[in-house]
Ligand binder design. Structure first.
Ligand code: SF4
Length: 208
């Protein structure tokens, strides 16, 4: 069991190594419906500490649920990782709001329920505690709402990061949205170049 505040990610929790945390996530069975449909629970992965964290929604059916690594093995993951390389981002941690692939009765990806998100909240808090990212990119509306709160609108292209719960948050479209053609890849590339500039600039400023 991970003990970390769900309300403020900068509150110190007992030192838990990322490996112990990952093992605890893999063994988690809090969400009965997800335990039935997942192939595996998928902890976050990447640099600890990290300059930048990407938080998606959930492991994809053809991606993390299959490979055990968030955003790896499907088209969304391929696009995200290509954009990360394009932007020259190296110190990166990648995770999701929930760690198990939610499926509907037809076996298709679905959004996680409010209770499933709440069940997984302390996993995300503990990962942010260990990664201590300078910037947290929320991939899509649900990740944004989870970290920034419902009262702050999801506005990709915002002028500056939003500070909430001790984190600097940045709203960005989920790569799946780009793959569906709802947002141009050219604009997505420009957005990644922008967050790379923010991270580089913040190397020279202490985090709030
Ligand atoms: S989604 Fe999170 S809380 Fe729910 S079973 Fe998976 S790891 Fe546990």
């Amino acid at each position: 069991m991970v003990h970390a505040s769900a309300r403020n990610f900068r509150i110190r929790s007992p030192k838990t190594s990322i490996d112990k945390l990952a093992a605890s996530i893999r063994a988690c069975e809090r969400c009965a419906a997800l335990v039935k449909c997942r192939s595996q629970a998928v902890p976050g992965a990447g640099a600890i500490p990290a300059e930048i964290a990407f938080v998606g929604l959930a492991p994809g059916r053809f991606g993390g649920d299959r490979t055990g690594v968030p955003f790896e093995g499907d088209r969304s993951g391929e696009l995200l990782r290509r954009m990360i390389r394009y932007a020259g981002l190296e110190s990166v941690f990648i995770t999701n709001v929930v760690r198990c692939n939610p499926r509907d009765t037809a076996g298709r990806n679905r959004d996680p329920s409010a209770s499933e998100i709440a069940n997984c909240r302390d996993h995300l808090a503990a990962e942010m505690e260990l990664a201590q990212p300078r910037l947290v990119v929320c991939l899509g509306r649900i990740a944004w709402r989870e970290l920034a709160g419902r009262e702050r609108p999801f506005t990709p292209g915002a002028a500056k990061p939003t500070i909430a719960r001790g984190l600097r948050l940045w709203p960005m479209y989920h790569p799946g949205y780009v793959i569906r053609g709802a947002y141009p890849e050219k604009s997505y590339r420009r957005d990644f170049a922008r967050i790379a500039r923010i991270v580089r600039a913040e190397r020279f400023e202490p985090p709030d």
